[in-house]
Design a protein around this ligand. Structure first.
Ligand SMILES: [Zn+2]
Length: 238
């Protein structure tokens, strides 16, 4: 039996308009950890209705603002995004193609405070990151991809969405351009000031494979030179 069929009651379809182009995408949310402390927190403080409400909004933000895929042919052929709240530990969330697994243990242990947002805020931030993984290109025909850069693009989404937590890297910090996550997101933010829509163009080039030369193609400068100039701009040693 297909385990998903028992959750069809949670299925909700939105008809979305992207740059005037209609796109039907289905969003599902399943709380498989409803009997655990984290799963109960999810139900009480976040909930399936809220999650289904923000998924299409986050999707639109990623397509329009981050990836800027006005042409449907440029988009990943994803027609369903599935979220599972699972009783697992060891990670906050794990995305496999179009399936996002969120750890109920992480939700249970998360502590919001005056500087970090509450659990709902944290969950929303997490979805901005994970849903970027669903829709960004990750070099489909080759293993020659830069995983740290992929994480940097996902964190670039939360930076642009203004859903980044206070520990997020400050501009100019980090040891190398592909350190990943927030450090690489800040570097991408800098590259965007040199070449408009840099991150979107870079993502488009990463459809089948990746090479550091993409940075030179887009900005005229090798990535290491860009990194040096980025560090210098913020008075940071390389
Ligand atoms: Zn990630």
């Amino acid at each position: 039996m297909n385990p998903h069929t028992i959750f069809l009651c949670t299925l909700l379809t939105f008809s979305l308009s992207i740059y005037g182009v209609s796109s039907g995408v289905t969003y599902t949310v399943v709380n498989e950890a409803a009997n655990t402390p984290g799963g109960q927190k999810f139900t009480k403080l976040i909930g399936i209705p809220y999650t289904k409400e923000i998924m299409p909004k986050i999707h639109m933000f990623i397509l329009n603002t981050i990836l800027q895929q006005t042409n449907p042919a440029d988009r990943k052929p994803i027609d369903t995004v599935e979220i599972f709240i699972r009783d697992v530990k060891g990670y906050e969330a794990l995305t496999d193609i179009n399936k996002i697994n969120v750890s109920a243990v992480y939700l249970d242990l998360y502590q919001g405070d005056a500087t970090r947002g509450d659990l709902k805020w944290e969950f929303t931030s997490l979805l901005y990151h994970e849903m970027t993984h669903v829709f960004q290109w990750t070099c489909v025909h080759t293993t020659r991809c830069n995983q740290k850069l992929i994480e940097g693009i996902a964190d670039y989404t939360i930076l642009k969405a203004n859903y980044y937590p206070p520990p997020f890297a400050k501009p100019g910090t980090g040891d190398k351009w592909d350190q990943g996550y927030d450090f690489t997101a800040r570097f991408l933010e800098y590259c965007d000031t040199l070449t408009p829509s840099f991150a979107a163009k870079l993502n488009k080039m990463m459809r089948y494979t990746y090479d550091d030369s993409y940075f030179k193609n887009l900005t005229g400068k090798p990535v290491q030179q860009l990194w040096k100039e980025y560090k210098a701009k913020y008075g940071q040693p390389v």
